[in-house]
Design a protein around this ligand. Structure first.
Ligand SMILES: NC(=O)C1=CN([C@@H]2O[C@H](COP(=O)(O)OP(=O)(O)OC[C@H]3O[C@@H](n4cnc5c(N)ncnc54)[C@H](O)[C@@H]3O)[C@@H](O)[C@H]2O)C=CC1
Ligand SMILES: CC(=O)C(C)=O
Length: 257
């Protein structure tokens, strides 16, 4: 029996890399994103590679969209086995200038989105009477708090906490909840972070914030979506069945916990 996985925010970036890897691992995959045109391109590309995928448009911050995502998945593929809460957004702001709009936007997407996704997936696993795997996007910023990234870091600390508490509550249903904590990956997220850090600095040039963060990586290279997907592939596999409530760093040696 082929298993079914959902990856939120997977039209591009780390999510796309994760969805691609799960397809290669033999999963039927639901590619999901708020950005419909890019989502359609990714679904087309995956289908041309022979992968069994569908695309669903939605906003993780909306509870109804998250439950609808699971409903559409089950209607199409008949079941759900893995839910990856990958979608997330960033903000670069000096702490004294952080406004309510930023706090609401980041918490609604990064935290509420993860909670709603976890609830929707767990209810489906319980209904199916099967084990299930929930895998959350945390970050090095869920273990360490960064200057100019205070709201973002707070949301990722919250994701880490929800990973722990939901894992404790859902374990009796044989549902595991774990998180991957990437370091510095050159996706559009880091392009935006670099651009904003330059704006808030007197001496940084474009690319230099990314270079500064990357230069601290022990393995001496920035992260690729494949690096992240390697960990998520393991967390989605039966080999991780005895692991729950863990928020695992995959950062090339940057934050040590
Ligand atoms: N890039 C990095 O270095 C790191 C990224 N992460 C986390 O990994 C995850 C993926 O990051 P990236 O791929 O770098 O980001 P990205 O910005 O490159 O891609 C994010 C994707 O999520 C989608 N998305 C955004 N808001 C959404 C919403 N409300 N509903 C549905 N989809 C939405 C976007 O359209 C985009 O396709 C995020 O949770 C991020 O916080 C964690 C650590 C490091
Ligand atoms: C984007 C991100 O999680 C960091 C801290 O680089």
């Amino acid at each position: 029996m082929e298993k079914v996985a959902i990856v939120t925010g997977s039209a591009e970036g780390l999510g796309k890399g994760i969805a691609h890897r799960l397809c290669k691992d033999g999963f039927k995959v639901v590619v999901h994103d708020i950005n419909e045109p890019v989502l359609n391109e990714t679904v087309k590309e995956f289908k041309e590679s022979g992968f069994d995928v569908i695309g669903v448009v939605g906003n993780v911050a909306k509870r109804e969209d998250q439950f609808n995502l699971v409903k559409e998945t089950v209607e199409h593929f008949g079941r759900l086995d893995v839910f990856v809460n990958n979608a997330g957004v960033d903000a670069v702001t000096p702490f004294l200038q952080v406004e309510e709009e930023e706090l609401n936007r980041l918490f609604q997407i990064n935290v509420n989105g993860t909670v709603f996704g976890t609830q929707a997936a767990a209810k489906q696993f319980i209904k199916q009477e099967t084990k299930g795997k929930i895998i959350n996007a945390c970050s090095i910023a869920g273990h360490e708090s960064y200057e100019m990234l205070s709201t973002y870091s707070a949301t990722k600390h919250a994701v880490r906490s929800f990973t722990h508490s939901s894992a404790k509550e859902l374990a009796k249903h044989q549902i595991t909840v774990n998180a991957y904590c990437p370091g510095i990956a050159k996706t559009k997220m880091w392009d935006r972070i670099d651009e904003e850090m330059v704006k808030h600095s007197d001496n940084l040039k474009p690319g230099e914030a990314f270079e500064q963060y990357s230069s601290a990586i022990a393995l001496q290279r920035y992260q690729t979506p494949e690096d992240v997907a390697n960990l998520v592939s393991f967390l989605a596999s039966d080999d991780s069945d005895y692991i729950t409530g863990q928020t695992i760093l995959t950062d090339g040696g940057l934050v040590y916990r």
